[in-house]
Design a protein around this ligand. Sequence first.
Ligand code: ASP
Length: 336
Amino acid sequence: MDKKILLIYTGGTIGMVPTEAGYAPKAGYLQSFLESIPALSDPSMPKWELLELCPLLDSSNMTVLDWNRIGRIIEEHYDAFDGFVILHGTDTMAYTASALSFSLENLDKPVVITGSQIPLFEVRNDGLDNLLTSMLIAAEGRVHEVALCFSNKLMRGNRSVKTSATDLYAFSSPNYPALADIGTRILYNNMIPPRKVEGPFRVQELKKIPIGIIKVFPGIQFELFEEIMSESLKGIVLETFGAGNIPGTADAILPIVRKARENGTVLVICSQCLKGSVSLGTYETSAALKEAGAVCAYDMTTEAAVAKLYYLFSCGYDAETVKAKMEEDLVGELSK
Ligand code: ASP
């Protein structure tokens, strides 16, 4: 195949080696390991080059600055390659996929993010299949967005969630159909319209915006969270029950709502349910949030909501504009 793809290894199980402290990534190891795999030099496969992040990271340690480093690599090599495969740890893969789906503006080439639950060096592993399939998808050029490929499913990156710490089938896309079903052939979903590209490709630098997540639970005392609602806090994602419901009387949430309003903090309402959508005002228990002008995340994942807050504030929008854009579908991350 005369297509050329860039593999970007960020760290993560797929390329890790055993150490006394457990699996850890090792600089330089993956290049020689991949060169020893005959399938990767088969004529049916695209040509590839590998770049590694320095330092390599367990994805639990990744921050917005690492998302920027990945973005810059893609930007620098955008014209020279047909597609990109990011080899990444599974723990925060859905966050990275979501963040890149926003920051890689006007993306017109495949960016496929993958990894594995068992490292490639183990005889029985899921990494080789994930890698080969991702490379083929990146070379075929049928997707023009950030997609997550894992265990024979191709998902929209900003719709994916890690749903198992141990199953090889580790990711799901509960609110959006698969971009492709991968069996004996790779069958792309033709019902999904291609994304609109409205200008030249560019990468929006993300900033370390102070944001937080609060997960509600029976008996939560909202007043305890008042202290963290400082002026510097730009956004809070509230993970609520079901369709956006919170426990307690309408007054219970007031300390948070009042502080958010005073400080210009954007309050985003997501659901703890993986499937379905937030619908504020359907129940009395979400009416206070609706009245307070909280942002409805609809069926957005928490990962996408967090990434979108980072992105919108990094673009320099004021709180009112961020609120409005949080409820808009920017890159396929939500449906109403
Ligand atoms: N802790 C690892 C990581 O996310 C887990 C994995 O790659 O599966 O980097």
